[in-house]
Design a protein around this ligand. Structure first.
Ligand code: SAM
Length: 303
């Protein structure tokens, strides 16, 4: 294992150059409400030599609102990241400070920013987060669902089998689960969540920080019915409650369901339980009489 330690000397001028190499600044931008732009984000964008943006048209609007004139505005998105990433890294190595922004919120969350960060770290470039708005965490904190442990998934894949592969291991996750979704797919996604998790409690957080911000709290079925009456509009975060203690206990106590009666009894015998005791325990797990267990084992032995 190679250990690396990056310590950034942070003073009032956060884009202050100490070395000949520049730094990569990950600058959060608002997810709707422009007042969520931080002072530090504005200053960083003003001071950086280059701004790399997912959608340069969108970013120009933001920059013009805050009267920021970028020296260089580069496009960096999913479809050009293979070529654009190394080029941006070359600029940083030459000594330029680069600010990466996404269309909204934190860069590197559900966008290709994480690839640029990995590339920068691979070249020993300091990576400096400039925190701010984020849709998933804003939805989570206002959801009313537990916030102690949570899993962020972002967008689900498109193919049914890939969706299942993501969702099935989450069935027994006890923390809250967070998804991103567009208005066009939200109803379909609720159907996938229902199939995977059953009728759990969810919160649909829509248009966060914007004029028509809305939190819809209910079960998956209730929210689906609501969307049938009120067609989805705007961007969504879907917040799903984790597996309840009761469901977890039920799943735990039903571990034997996949076993035959023979296997069930053998399981206890393998744990050094006398046969009579093992039969009694299997009968009690299954809610049947000891005689039923005995008769089944007898039938099997006679076959
Ligand atoms: N980087 C962003 C962040 O930090 O939250 C997320 C970008 S991701 C490409 C876009 C998705 O985030 C949207 O499809 C939606 O699910 C969610 N999102 C963004 N803005 C939102 C808002 N104002 N309200 C609800 N969800 C939002």
């Amino acid at each position: 294992m190679t250990i690396s330690c990056q310590s950034s000397f942070q003073n009032n001028n956060n884009t202050h150059k100490q070395e000949s190499t520049g730094s990569l600044f990950l600058v959060a931008t608002p997810i709707g409400n422009l007042e969520d732009m931080t002072y530090r984000a504005v200053r960083t964008l003003q001071e950086c030599d280059i701004i790399a943006a997912e959608d340069t048209r969108q970013t120009r609007k933001l920059l013009s609102h805050f009267e920021i004139t970028p020296s260089m505005l580069f496009s960096y998105h999913e479809h050009n990241k293979a070529a654009s990433g190394p080029e941006l890294i070359r600029y940083i190595i030459e000594g330029k400070n680069l600010a990466l922004v996404s269309d909204a919120g934190l860069p590197a969350i559900s966008d290709p920013g994480a690839d640029l960060v990995a590339l920068a770290i691979g070249h020993g470039i300091p990576v400096i987060p400039i925190p701010g708005a984020n849709a998933a965490l804003s939805a989570l904190i206002a959801s009313g669902l537990p916030t102690t442990t949570f899993t962020f998934i972002g967008f689900l894949p498109r193919e049914r089998k890939d969706i299942r592969a993501v969702l099935s291991p989450l069935r027994s996750a006890q923390g809250t689960i967070l998804f991103y979704e567009s208005p066009h797919r939200v109803v379909k996604t609720l159907a996938h969540l229902h199939e995977a998790f059953g009728n759990r409690r969810i919160v649909l957080a829509r248009e966060l920080t914007k004029r028509y911000e809305e939190f819809l709290r209910g079960t998956i079925e209730e929210c689906t019915d609501w969307l049938a009456e009120h067609p989805p509009l705007g961007e969504y975060v879907i917040v799903v409650e984790g597996e309840s203690k009761e469901d977890a206990e039920m799943a735990e106590s039903a571990w034997w369901r996949q076993l035959s009666i023979e296997e069930h009894v053998a399981h206890y015998e393998a744990a050094d339980m006398p046969r009579k005791e093992a039969m009694k325990k299997a009968a009690s797990d299954r809610g049947v009489s000891k005689r039923d267990i005995y008769n089944t084992l007898l039938d099997k032995a006679e076959q």
